[in-house]
Design a protein around this ligand. Structure first.
Ligand code: NOJ
Length: 735
């Protein structure tokens, strides 16, 4: 028996009570106003307040009727339509303003004038919370300028299974990185005050474990214990709530047979009682109906409504039948009216905090949609989202390369570059809507920069992401034949990602690999770029390419950033926020796995991922040295040197391993990072102030504790052992 297992009751560092104290938002004046308004509401008005109406999915007259009844919220309604709904709501007996919600997921993307940012996954490659916060701030300003109040963002699910269709919406696979970037974007959305003219509500979603659905199958059951839920999946939500995130959305899925929408344990015990959340919980789309139709835990909508309301959902997204059910349940004595009172209070509290009773329509900054400052924020993030994973010296392209072939399905495809949640890609009804400038595809970016350097560019699509009769590999090979370099832009398309669009096979689809192999026969350097919603399995292409860049969905300027990296106008600084598998059958391949006898190996696949979490380099060369740990102050320091010849940015990563613990702990776990820009020859000491929580684990009894014993601390350029300096030390917990 290890020394640690004998000290099972180590210091409790994260008990629920501590969090309650951190809720700084409690305001007695607002509470009094909430109580007073609630006391004047009828049962019908309370039930209506809890319903969120899908404006585009119901006939206009029906939507307006809901406003007359006092529906608490509408989603996906813009401009004059929203104003009409609001003016009806304000003229009702109590005049409670409507809360307007929208999916502004990577920018206010459902408005065609808006600034489209990199997807969350692409943004996460930057490992730059300041830029991510700015993305939130710009998005909030654009949403507020449309008069709206609330974005259903950020996604705090972990993208640990790339088969899942929504990995692009996550900040990747790691809880710590997700928490840091998640809280950054929440700060950006909500600003200093919720009633600020440019502040909107953030929504931490999907609570909880949604990305962990079995087999990567969207919205299915998760195989998870509460210990694991608290250890791995809860921390980003804890941090979001500490950061003041005002709303939370429940997940579609379920845990051990209990739908998250019906889970009192996650919604009441954990979220309210332990984390002290006093904001608004909204279900996801039609979750209440799903309790009947898909999950079969309720016979009818009355039963489902009772389950959802009693479990702790405040606002019911799109299941409008909840209104009649709730009234009937109270009238027949099956549900106490106090259940509705609790939910309505949470809704009204948020409306008061937003200042909606004083100013129902946010004003934002007229004319700011897609303005120069906002576009610059998107450009800056796109530039830091580029990840260089391989370079045999071909990059940056030498000025002697006078003819460049740009080939591949995603070289000039703005839909693939944007990814989902925009006005003309999934999930909007009109995918053929033409994109609005100024976006820059890879081809356009390369053409502009090549012109400046006097190089010629030839373009051939070669093939589609999905095989089509137009595929013409011969034409691509001919076009590239006398070129000095080939830029091959591969990836996936929006039809292969998003809700309910999971993939069983993550290899390059269509004839993309064949296209690569044909081009390879030309013996010309090939730079492969992946423009994709997720990590794809491309081992042969990666091995055969002279350079590999990953750009995920870079938004408006993703293509420009790739071109700048290729020509050396930009020194890539992105790092992977997800592991890239060799093969779909290797999944799960996330870096922070638990150790076991199998050791991660298969007889037909290597043990490691193709590219690891945290990997990515640039045109500078960074050296790590002199790792030290001050046990008294819990300060870790390491010396970073730019040993290259150009200025560059490096994200230094700190990992921990608990060497012997009473439960099995991950082989390593990210606990800190810092992105630093260094001139050639410059040396800097990076210092990381660690916290007791960094050494903690969750026991089978669901308590988070720190146990005494030996720990390993590692720092370096990626999560790979070979990239990390390491030291061990002994921690003694004194109770
Ligand atoms: C369903 C999605 O799961 C969720 O992320 C989104 O915010 C809502 N629909 C509203 O569109």
């Amino acid at each position: 028996m290890s020394n640690k297992s004998r000290i099972k009751n180590g210091a409790v560092v994260c008990a629920g009570g501590d969090y309650m104290k951190q809720q700084a938002t409690f305001d007695p004046v607002i509470e009094a106003r909430v109580e007073e308004l609630l006391s004047r509401m009828t049962l019908e008005e309370k039930a209506a307040q809890m319903v969120q109406i899908p404006y585009r999915m119901v006939p206009r007259e029906e939507a307006l009727d809901w406003a007359r009844k006092g529906a608490g919220s509408f989603l996906h309604v813009l401009g004059d339509d929203a104003r009409e709904v609001q003016s009806i709501a304000l003229s009702t007996r109590l005049g409670i303003p409507v809360l307007f919600g929208i999916d502004a997921i990577h920018g206010h993307g459902l408005n065609e004038q808006a600034t489209i940012f990199p997807s969350q996954l692409a943004a996460a490659c930057s490992w730059n919370p300041a830029l991510v916060e700015e993305m939130g701030r710009v998005t909030a300003r654009e949403v507020a300028t449309d008069g709206l109040h609330w974005t259903f963002s950020p996604v705090l699910c972990l993208g640990r299974d790339p088969r899942w269709g929504r990995v692009d919406e996550t900040f990747g696979e790691d809880p710590y990185l997700t928490a840091v970037l998640g809280t950054a974007i929440i700060r950006g959305y909500q600003g200093k005050r919720l009633d600020g003219n440019e502040s909107i509500l953030a929504c931490a979603k999907h609570y909880i474990g949604y990305g962990e659905a079995v087999g990567g199958r969207d919205a299915c059951d998760t195989e998870m214990t509460y210990r694991k839920l608290r250890d791995v999946f809860l921390p980003p939500f804890e941090q979001a709530i500490e950061a003041g995130c005002a709303t939370v959305m429940t997940a579609y899925g379920s845990i051990d047979g209990t739908p998250f929408t019906a889970s009192e344990k996650t919604l009441k015990t954990i979220l309210r009682d332990e984390l002290g959340f006093d904001g608004l919980v909204v279900t996801d789309w039609d979750n209440v109906n799903s309790l009947v139709e898909r999950q079969h835990v309720a016979e009818n909508l009355d039963e489902a409504s009772l389950l959802a309301a009693e479990a702790g959902n405040d606002m019911i997204m799109t299941t409008t039948a909840f209104y009649d059910s709730a009234i009937r349940l109270v009238r027949t004595g099956k549900m106490p009216e106090s259940v509705l009172d609790g939910a309505v209070k949470n809704i009204l509290r948020v409306k008061f905090r937003m200042g909606l009773f004083e100013q129902p329509e946010k004003r934002g900054v007229p004319g700011c949609l897609g303005c120069a400052e906002h576009l610059e924020a998107s450009r800056a993030l796109a530039r830091e989202s580029i990840v260089l994973l391989k370079n045999n010296g071909v990059l940056p392209l030498a000025p002697t390369v006078k003819k460049i072939a740009v080939v591949g399905p995603n070289a000039d495809d703005i839909r693939a570059q944007y990814g989902d949640w925009t006005y003309f890609t999934h999930p909007m009804p009109n995918p053929e809507h033409p994109p609005v400038r100024p976006y820059v595809t890879v081809l356009e970016g390369v053409r502009t920069l090549a012109e400046a350097s006097g190089a010629e560019v030839v373009y051939a699509r070669g093939c589609g992401v999905i095989e089509t009769p137009e595929d013409d590999l011969d034409a691509a090979v001919e076009a590239a034949r006398d070129c000095g370099a080939i830029l091959l832009v591969l990836g996936d398309c929006v039809e292969q990602a998003g809700e309910f669009r999971d993939r069983a096979d993550l290899s390059l689809s269509g004839r993309q690999e064949e296209l690569f192999l044909r081009l390879k026969t030309l013996n010309i350097p090939i730079i492969t770029v992946l423009v994709a919603t997720k990590p794809l399995c491309f081992p042969r292409v990666a091995e055969g390419s002279d350079a590999v860049l990953v750009a995920f969905n870079g938004g408006m300027f993703g293509g420009l950033a790739v071109a700048e990296a290729v020509f050396g106008k930009l020194n890539p600084s992105g790092k992977l926020p997800v592991s890239v598998p060799h093969h779909t059958g290797q999944i799960p391949v996330y870096y922070n796995s638990l150790p076991g006898w199998h050791g991660g190996t298969y007889v037909d696949q290597p043990a490691e991922s193709l590219f690891a979490f945290g990997e990515g380099f640039g045109y500078a060369r960074f050296a790590y040295d002199n790792l030290r740990f001050d046990e008294k102050t819990l300060t870790l320091s390491v010396t970073l040197t730019n040993a290259g010849t150009v200025r560059g940015a490096e994200t230094a990563q700190v990992y921990i391993r608990d060497l012997v613990s009473s439960v099995i702990t991950p082989i390593k776990r990210l606990i800190a990072f810092e992105k630093a820009t260094l001139e050639p020859g410059e040396t800097r000491e990076l210092r990381f102030q660690l916290k007791p929580e960094d050494f903690s684990l969750v026991l089978p009894n669901e308590r988070r504790v720190v146990e005494s014993g030996d720990f390993q601390l590692m720092a370096g350029t990626s999560s790979k052992d070979a990239d990390l300096l390491s030291l061990t030390f002994r921690l003694t917990v004194t109770n």
